[in-house]
Ligand binder design. Structure first.
Ligand code: FES
Length: 176
């Protein structure tokens, strides 16, 4: 079955839409394994993290071993092997952000959330990570929350940022 279309005739972990996307991706490149990183990112977006089952199915879809997948995936800090919070707060403390108060912003998030690097709040709403440059150096210090970029921050912004995301959970029924 390795390397064939999984979505048509087997149970998949992924939604039909994502399974179809994977089917298209693996034949898009001269080498099927070139689809690995985009597939892992899409899988993480849908499932939340790269579980053993996700790694197994991605490996099978591409036609490589699970060890091949892990060897590549562990190199990329944006890929997770444990569940993150509903909102994953990534605080840049790389040079530009550090020089403009990135560590103070990071400490404020740690205090407000009561968690440290790679931690997840007890209610599952937030996780926190200290990360390298996220490409917003001109507007340092910057953070990324899922796919939102927030910049030119100070510690005083932190409670309001978190309250805004909390209210999304409450108002939009986004359960953690
Ligand atoms: S150093 Fe923080 S965004 Fe580049």
């Amino acid at each position: 079955m390795s390397g064939e279309n999984l979505s048509a005739d087997t149970m998949s972990l992924f939604s039909p839409r994502l399974a179809a996307r994977f089917d298209a991706l693996v034949v898009k490149y001269p080498l099927r394994r070139s689809a690995l990183i985009p597939m892992l990112l899409y899988a993480q977006d849908e499932i939340g993290y790269l579980s053993d089952a996700v790694i197994s199915e991605v490996a099978e879809r591409i036609g490589i071993t699970e060890l091949d997948v892990r060897n590549v995936a562990t190199y990329y800090s944006m890929l997770r092997f444990k569940p993150a919070g509903k909102f994953n707060v990534q605080v840049c403390t790389n040079i530009s952000c550090m020089l403009r108060g990135g560590y103070e912003v990071y400490e404020a998030f740690q205090q407000e959330l009561g968690i440290g690097h790679k931690g997840v709040t007890a209610d599952g709403v937030f996780s926190l990570e200290e990360v390298e440059c996220i490409g917003a150096c001109c507007w340092a210090p910057a953070i990324q929350v899922n796919y939102d970029f927030l910049d030119e921050l100070s510690p005083s912004h932190v409670p309001g940022i978190l309250a805004g995301y909390r209210s999304k959970v409450e108002n939009e029924g986004l359960h953690a």
